[in-house]
Structure formats: structure tokens, C-alpha cells
Design a protein around this ligand. Structure first.
Ligand code: HXC
Length: 261
């Protein structure tokens, strides 16, 4: 890859993308969004990559939001809406990637950075991570899904509180609210993300994919339809070789070796 704003590290089963514009706390420029879109294309089509980890470069920030310096080039509502849709389209892709996405939040996750973290399946945070939607302090509102995904995770009133005040949550508070799954010392964050990625990469890929789809799509529909969706994915599992392997491995008292078929 010849990305200017993203570093790639990969090992068997997973890829780690580090968003890297450390001088501006990894703010999301249009160029970075385009590169991230390319990187997601690559992760999606590379079968050997079963898990994606995203993190930010440096000690201080995951992503401090959209690149505010680019806002001065926006002249009217239509252009701003277009930028919101550009980011939302990419973030939807990340949220719906048929592979687990682990967000390793190493510092500030603000505005678009918090919104990006919310697109992960699992959020790990370092002790000094901070989450917030400070757009209100710029006289604007979140545009990459903050008013929608945040409310679905922390509830309506907490989302309104955070978006209206711009107040930041500590990692511990975000953990208590269910936004973060695990809080770790900064020095352990990436190791934990990698070991979790390795663990997930050894699970049955189709079952992982159906868990993700069932939960993700289920949240947008009523319970009855959601349960039907779950039953249909449950059925699909029984047509896979990995189901036979998983059950046999259990009965033979050995670890399973899944193939994604
Ligand atoms: C551009 C940014 C930036 C951003 C930080 N920088 N955040 N540049 N866009 N979002 C730059 C600073 O200008 C500064 O550059 C350098 O990074 C270091 O930041 P400091 O402010 O000096 O650091 P510090 O005092 O420690 O404060 C950290 C901070 C603060 C609290 C995170 O930087 C901050 O409030 N940033 C903005 C956060 C924000 O409002 N995000 C939401 C953006 S709107 P120099 O050149 O001075 O060294 C958004 C909307 C998404 O995300 C949807 C769009 C459609």
C-alpha cells in the first residue's frame, strides 16, 4: 500500500490499521477517509484477514474528529451534507463489514473519532481514552452517525446530554455505559487487541458473520422479525462444514479447525 495516512500491520488472521496524522491528533481529512475506504476494500476482499483492528497513531489520540481546517472550504449546506454522507457511507461499510472490527481506542475519540469507534463490534479503550461529541462547541451537530449510533448504545437521554454539552466521557464512564467492553493500561491496549483478534480469527467465520448480521440488522427491526432472522441464520449454520467440524471436535475432545465453509 502507498497510503500516506494509514499504517498497516498484519499477521495470520488479522490486520491492524493505524490512522496516522499525529500532528493533528489523527483528524479525519478527506484524503484519510478515501484511504480508509481503500483499506476497507482490501480487508473485505482478503480472505485470510478475518479480523480488523483500528487504532490511532501516538499516545494522545485515537481520532480527534473530522479535520476542522477543511471546514473553511465548505460554502453551503449541500457541500456539508455531502461530506456527512461521504463519511457515513464509509462508516456504514465498516459497521457492516462481514468480519469483526475491534476499535483500540488509545486516546481522544471525539466527534468523528467517537463516531468511528461506534462502528466497531468491540471497543477496547486505554485508561486515558476520552469519548465525546464536541461538535456543539463549533456550532454544528455530529454528522458521521453520532446522533444515531450513540443513542442506540447509551440511550436517548445520555446521547442528548453528550451531544448538547459536548462533555467527554472517561474510559471508565464509557465502560459503565456499555460503550466500551474493556479498559486497559495504555501499554497493554494493542497486545490485548491483537490477542482478541487472533482468538476471533480462529472462530468459525460464517458463524461470526451471522452473529454480526443478526445483531446488527435485528436492532433495526421488531423483535418478532428479528427472532425469525436469527432462526434463519441458525439454519444456515447447519449447512456448513464448520458446524460438522465444531461438533466433531467437541465430541473428540480436541480444538476445532474452522475453514469458513
Ligand atoms: C484539525 C485538529 C483537530 C481536528 C486537534 N487538531 N483536533 N486539527 N481537526 N479535529 C490539531 C490542533 O489544532 C493542534 O494543531 C494539534 O492538533 C494538537 O491539538 P491541541 O488542541 O493543541 O491539543 P490539546 O490542547 O491537548 O487538546 C486536545 C483536544 C483538542 C481536546 C482533542 O485538540 C480539540 O478540542 N480538538 C478538536 C476536537 C473536535 O472538536 N472534534 C470534532 C470535530 S467536528 P497545532 O497546529 O495547533 O499544533 C467532527 C464532525 C464529524 O468531527 C462529521 C463531519 C461531517
Amino acid at each position: 500500500s502507498n497510503w500516506k495516512n494509514i499504517m498497516l500491520e498484519q499477521e495470520e488472521g488479522w490486520a491492524l490499521l493505524t490512522l496516522s496524522r499525529p500532528k493533528v491528533l489523527n483528524a479525519l481529512s478527506r484524503e484519510l477517509l478515501d484511504e480508509l475506504n481503500e483499506a476497507v476494500d482490501w480487508v473485505e476482499k482478503t480472505d485470510s484477514i478475518r479480523v480488523l483492528i483500528l487504532t490511532g497513531d501516538g499516545e494522545k489520540a485515537f481520532v480527534a474528529g473530522a479535520d476542522i481546517s477543511e471546514f473553511t472550504q465548505i460554502e453551503h449546506a449541500g457541500q456539508a451534507e455531502e461530506l456527512a454522507i461521504k463519511g457515513q457511507t464509509l462508516f456504514n461499510r465498516i459497521e457492516n463489514l462481514p468480519k469483526p472490527v475491534i476499535m483500540a481506542v488509545n486516546g481522544y475519540a471525539l466527534g468523528g473519532g467517537c463516531e468511528l469507534a461506534l462502528c466497531g463490534d468491540i471497543i477496547l479503550a486505554s485508561e486515558h481514552a476520552r469519548f465525546g461529541q464536541p461538535e456543539i462547541n463549533l456550532g454544528i451537530i455530529p454528522g458521521y452517525g453520532g446522533t444515531q449510533r450513540l443513542a442506540r448504545v447509551v440511550g436517548k437521554n445520555m446521547a442528548k446530554y453528550l451531544c448538547m454539552t459536548g462533555e467527554m466521557l472517561t474510559a471508565a464512564e464509557a465502560h459503565r455505559l456499555g460503550l466500551v467492553q474493556k479498559v486497559l493500561p495504555a501499554s497493554e491496549l494493542l497486545n490485548e487487541a491483537k490477542s482478541l483478534a487472533k482468538q476471533l480469527s480462529q472462530k468459525a467465520p460464517l458463524a461470526i458473520q451471522w452473529i454480526k448480521k443478526s445483531i446488527q440488522n435485528g436492532l433495526d427491526i421488531d423483535l418478532k422479525t428479528g427472532l425469525q432472522l436469527e432462526a434463519s441464520y441458525f439454519g444456515l449454520c447447519f449447512d456448513t462444514e464448520d458446524r460438522i467440524e465444531g461438533v466433531n471436535a467437541f465430541l473428540e475432545k480436541r480444538p476445532p479447525r474452522f475453514k469458513g465453509k
